[in-house]
Design a protein around this ligand. Sequence first.
Ligand code: BGC
Length: 725
Amino acid sequence: MDWKAKWIKPKEDMGEIIPLFRTDFRLDREVAEASLSVTSLGVYEARLNGRRVGEYVLAPGWTSYRHRLQYQEYDVTKLLSGDNQLQIYVGPGWYRSRMQGEVQKELRKEPAGLLAQLEIAFADGERAVIATDGGWQAAESEIRFCDIYDGEVCDACVIPVWNKDVEVFEGPAAGRLIPQEGEEIRERETILPMELFTAPNGEIIVDFGQEITGYVEISVEARRGDVVDLSFAEMLDKDGNFYNENYRSAKAQYRYICHEGRQTYHPRLTFYGFRYVRINEFPGGSCRAAVEDFRAIAVYSNMRRTGYLRCSNPKLNRLFDNVVWGQKGNFLDVPTDCPQRDERLGWTGDAQVFVRAACLNFDVEKFYRKWLADLAANQREDGCVGRVVPDLFQKAQPSAAWGDAAVICPWTVYQAYGDKGILRNQFPSMKKWVDYITSHTRERYLWIGGEHYGDWLGLDAPAGSYKGSSRDDLIASAYYAYSTELLIKAGEALGQNMSEYRKLYENIVTAFRKRFPSFQTQTECALAVHFRLAEDCQAVADQLACLIEDAGTKLQTGFVGTPYLLHALSGHRHVDLAYSLLLREAYPSWLYPVTKGATTIWEHWDGVMEDGEFWSKDMNSFNHYAYGAVADWVYCVAAGIQTIEGHPGYGKVRIAPMPDYRLDWLSASLDTRHGRISSQWKKEGEWWRYEVETCVDAEIVIDGERQEVRAGRYLFYSRATKLLA
Ligand code: BGC
């Protein structure tokens, strides 16, 4: 892109008020084509002749701004006329909101900068460029305040007065600007309220029946100066009152000052994570509000849904839906931990834990390609990968299982979609991460020392700690082995000689076995089995089964152990127990939150405790996708749809369903790059009936029996031994 445009900002500081930039121009020739390229230090919304340009919400998206800032290009041919007016709002967005971290502190000092360039090709072959420069004007807009955490204040009575000058300044250089790389963020779904009710404490609350990420649109008849003031929450407390203390310092408020008459409006430069909305003020009083006045708009990255799970158990179906909503709510350009409290950051560990499920539910190749490019851009010289990407805490020490996202995510995306491009792009970063561990550990071939999150939120955590009891050094060394193993596979897929890393891997495994001959927790066992580090994996899987049974058929795992727990069991003759954990409804379990009315995945197994009280408010998100990783076990083991390493992207598929007598039927389908693959099983008397559809060659394994088939639909039966017993 050849930028003629100059970065502009309001000459005078407007404080919290969001500036609106403007230029007017006349075109007196026929336009063949026109495109508008825009980016900003914050988030922008552009309007040409009063019409919104494009559908991108919160453009230009969130990247590692110090290195990469996306710009978008819109075809605006149809929006042009003779006399034209282009207006662009620039809000703080992720760039300048009060988010955490020393990097953010610096970004926040930058101005509300705008860069825009309209390129016009006339029918007669002439061209013209209209670009931001000192001749543009600015005004204080009706958006009086806006912040990612704190919400938006809009005064619809404000009519912009074009009395502010703009100033050209030295913004990000052209080299830092990149064309849109990820998926656009869009308004994807509209949800009507389930009910509007008066809580026991008298507050008026709208319940949308589903936790989403996005905003609320209000439609009201009002007098000039009337106010709509809303607060957002995920939960009601045990008495049925509005509860949002778990948002911590995030004010998450929406205040709208009405103009005269009928009006429809929603926030435009921020978002909220919520299911409930409390009406603090409303024209004529809160009690005048009606359900018809509200609708929720779910905003997330424009990824295509690819995977579907259904079964005979309604609670499990709700869990599947919650996993999908967890992904929608946290895939807003960056895979975030949560969308509501004063965090909403691209935690690398969470992304790594969930990436397999993410690639099944939706086509996320483009989404991850962009995020991983940010990860690489943020990676330190010495190879250290931050705890969050975009990295706002550049100086923080890395944590095992978090930094490993650098290797696990590209490999998983490659397996899901089969394009080596992601490996080629990320290979230097993957290698740097493994080399970082090699050069920073205190003991050769193991990762000893360092500060790690460990098995974050593991239930075997000592009192007062968020960290499960599994040993840091064991977890870190296990991931060192796993990342090295995946790096070797990636390198070999790219035709590289990986013999040096092969040797390294062998040495890590030997050292691991020597240093960790036995395992003490469920997570330690799950890692040792799933990463094949234990000398005798079957014995350790048996030990894992005993640990679970001794605990009362309860899982104790946190972020690190949970994604592998069921795999470690089902891969070693404990399918039955894996299903027992999946189907368990009492705390702790995946279905426990469902029994408590969850509509997304919770951060804690007991976000709401059995007595109805909340976990402490400082760390209790109800939309934290990590434990939703279990969906990948349902696709890959219960329904049995698996990638085959030598045939990435489902060039060939393995379908090895594992039914369970406690379900009457289960079905999974997946839209791969080659077409649809589906697998379903159901009980028929004393038989399991399997129906499989594959668009590619497949290796089908039914009840231990293997066969190779071509694309097509197939029916199999096996004796339901457990049913007979
Ligand atoms: C986040 C997590 C994250 C963690 C690091 C939390 O505050 O919400 O999901 O991975 O910090 O342990």
